[in-house]
Ligand binder design. Structure first.
Ligand SMILES: [Zn+2]
Length: 383
């Protein structure tokens, strides 16, 4: 089979819709129903291949999660409702769905790694990036992306994995797993002050993992230009230095301008440009091996339109130019962020050493820094 014949894999399974929390909960089965319709649209048919998932094996689960925690989730099977935290609960099939979600991502990793598919998108529930070793959190039970990364390292002998998390919320569970691990570069761009907190510039990882956690907390109101500029100016150069063998993406669509949980302004075109930026990295480093996993995204129309745009990039049906999109960035919104990232990470990455290349890359004045600090304080006070 030639490279051009390879398709984009899609993980889907009926179990994912059988995890139900409560009526009116934003993380609802209808989210997937909205996505599955995309694949039946004219122009999309014939470009995707379904990946039939299997449940993740317990020995893989145990690399990331504790025995006690796994047993506590197993105990929820068949029970009508178990509360795990303030906004996370289970229904009778939730645990089975969670095993199948993490397993689905591992199946996608396996198929893409084997060269049978060129890349993949896992349309799974429940999401995973807030789940910690022994704690369910923020609608997440098992950490799907962290498990897929460990699966790739232990079963496929890959040593360097890049995880990009563009969900509105900080991927605290994933960061928790890899904070001291230089084999996984974790890049998270998120809305400052939003659930669950954390994800600050200065949290760069610990011990041998210093420099391998890159956190970009953004003020509300950032859109396509700012997001894509940070992908091109921070993520891309660092990722090319790191040279990953596989890229996993925690693809949350709650930075969408209409999302009820966020205050960002990303459009489907912006998500497409971020996907293209990641695909560019993957083509240079790892033969295009990218696997995306659904995390958040709660406006059903926004979710569907954004995922469609991303799928078109993955399948090669469109090629958005990130450079064109980043031209719309407001240099005032970028200046402070670029300065903080370069200060925190310049010593670990050659490509982030201070540069005076363009207006946005210059050092903010004292007045600009105070202004930004006040704006961030205000966001924290409101949250
Ligand atoms: Zn989110």
């Amino acid at each position: 089979m030639t490279n051009t014949a390879r398709k984009t894999g899609i993980v889907q399974h009926p179990l994912y819709a059988r995890h139900c929390m409560e009526p009116g909960h934003p993380e609802c089965p209808e989210r997937l129903a909205a996505l599955y319709t995309i694949l039946r649209e004219p122009g999309m048919q014939g470009h995707f291949e379904e990946i039939t998932p299997t449940k993740i094996a317990k020995e893989v689960l145990l690399i990331v999660h504790s025995w006690d925690y796994i047993e506590s989730l197993e105990a929820t099977e068949g029970k009508s409702c178990t509360f795990l935290d303030a906004d996370t609960r289970t229904s009778p099939d939730s645990h089975a769905a969670a095993l199948m979600a993490a397993g689905g991502l591992c199946c996608a990793v396996e198929r893409v790694h084997a060269g049978e598919l060129k890349n993949a998108f896992a349309m799974v529930r429940p999401p995973g990036h807030h789940a910690k070793r022994s704690k369910a959190m923020g609608f997440c039970l098992y950490n799907n992306v962290a498990l897929a990364a460990r699966y790739a390292q232990t079963r496929l002998a890959l040593s360097r994995i890049l995880i990009v998390d563009w969900d509105l919320h900080f991927g605290n569970g994933t960061q928790h797993c890899f904070a001291d691990d230089p084999s996984v570069l974790f890049f998270s761009i998120h809305q400052t002050g939003s659930f669950p907190g954390g994800g600050r510039f200065r949290k760069i990882g610990k011990d041998g993992g210093k420099g391998f956690s890159i956190h970009i907390p953004l003020l509300p109101g950032c859109g396509d230009g700012e997001y894509v500029a940070l992908f091109e100016k921070i993520l891309k150069p660092v990722a090319l230095e790191f040279n990953p063998q596989l890229i996993l993406v925690s693809a949350g669509f709650d930075p969408h301008f209409n999302d009820p949980l966020g205050n960002m302004r990303v459009t489907p075109l912006g998500f497409a440009a971020m996907a293209r930026s990641i695909l560019d990295i993957a083509e240079q480093c790892c033969e295009g091996r990218v696997i995306m996993a659904l995390e958040g995204g709660y406006d059903l129309d926004g979710l569907r339109d954004s995922v469609r745009a991303v799928l078109k990039e993955l399948a090669g049906l469109q090629q958005t130019d990130p450079v064109e999109i980043m031209a719309a960035a407001d240099p005032k919104k970028l200046k402070y962020v670029l300065w903080r990232i370069r200060r925190a990470h310049g010593r670990y990455w050659k490509s982030l050493q201070p540069s005076l290349g363009d207006k946005a890359d210059s050092i903010p004045s004292f007045f600009e820094r105070v202004n930004e600090w006040l704006a961030r304080c205000l966001v924290y006070l409101k949250s």
